[in-house]
Write a protein that binds this ligand. Sequence first.
Ligand SMILES: Cc1ncc(COP(=O)(O)O)c(C=O)c1O
Length: 398
Amino acid sequence: MKYDFNKIIERKKTDSIKWNFNKNEFNAEDILPMWVADMDFPCPEPVAEAIKKRAEHTVFGYPIELDSCYEAVIEKVKRDYRWKIEKDWIVFCDGVVGGLYASVKAFAQKGEEVIIQEPVFHHFRSAIEDNNCYVKNNELSFDGENYTMNYEDLKNYFHDSKTLMGNHAKMMILSSPHNPVGRVWSKDELMKLGEICLENNCVIISDEIHCDVVFKRSQHTTFASISEEFANHSVTFIAPGKTFNISGLGEAVAIIPNKDMRDKFIAARGAVGSGNVFGKVALEAAYIDGEEYLLQLKEYLEDNLNYFINHIEKKIPKLKVIRPEGTFLVWVDMRELGLNNHELNEFLVKEAKVKFNDGAIFGRAGEGFQRINIGCPRIYIKEALIRLEMALRNRSLL
Ligand SMILES: Cc1ncc(COP(=O)(O)O)c(C=O)c1O
């Protein structure tokens, strides 16, 4: 079927955090929300049908994953990422963030450091700090155009902490593809990272929730698929939430080939539930029958991206877009406007009437940047850019 991603679907009167936040936080209804990472599109038709069918059953007791649910995950990972996994390796969770919290509990001792690469999805930091551990920020390098991983600093960190204190982080959380900078890490980059971490006895928790939305010139590599050794020292998270716009159903998958690590993860996860009845049927339908939707979605998003970039280059050249290789989130450098971070946020919401994500929530390296969600009908992007341009003109900032 042909999906119409241009169609506007009213979300204000639903329980959407993205669309109701403005009213609650700013007491304003006229701010265009392009922040939190869900899209303003309907989910795939087979997913909607599976949910309707399940709803008609009318009994919603505690669920368990059937074999078909495991098979859907195994098939998806093999088909899309050429990684052959076993049923035993799969642990269902009710969200990747919950899985990250469980990972820190499982693989880091209280007071230890855990490595992340800021600017990065802010719940990496909260999962570490809320579990009484410390962030070791191996900040990404930025040359004004591109972001890369900082291997030298990482090697030095391991070397120095061994010689000075005798201990160092035993765990790193990787964002792959990277939210918010949009990098789709190449196999070579992942290999370099993995080799450094493994040499230093540091496991990798690879959050691959954005792995499906990757643009034409890039290809996602699952970290654990690179070698058996990488697989045995890692946890991979995937989920249908971002790709098929069903984040509200709270369903995610941890793939943990190493039995010892898996047992620790399951123990740390504790009695927390594993999803809900609708999440399970949705995951199955999405992973088995979601391909047609995904192909069209990626085309639409790439057109959105091109539109967004062309418009900014022509009309708002002080903004610098870091072209993402994947994800529906665009990282924009607004430092040339000359506003401090607080002034920038105030300006966007109060004068331009648009709500993006403040780059600073992703780490100090994100100050002066904003993350803009382009997973929406193109007309919203046009509107946001017009509002931005007019507000900048009014302030003589264009
Ligand atoms: C990198 C990353 N991980 C995890 C999540 C959230 O995952 P979940 O909704 O499954 O907890 C997000 C949402 O934006 C994300 O960008």
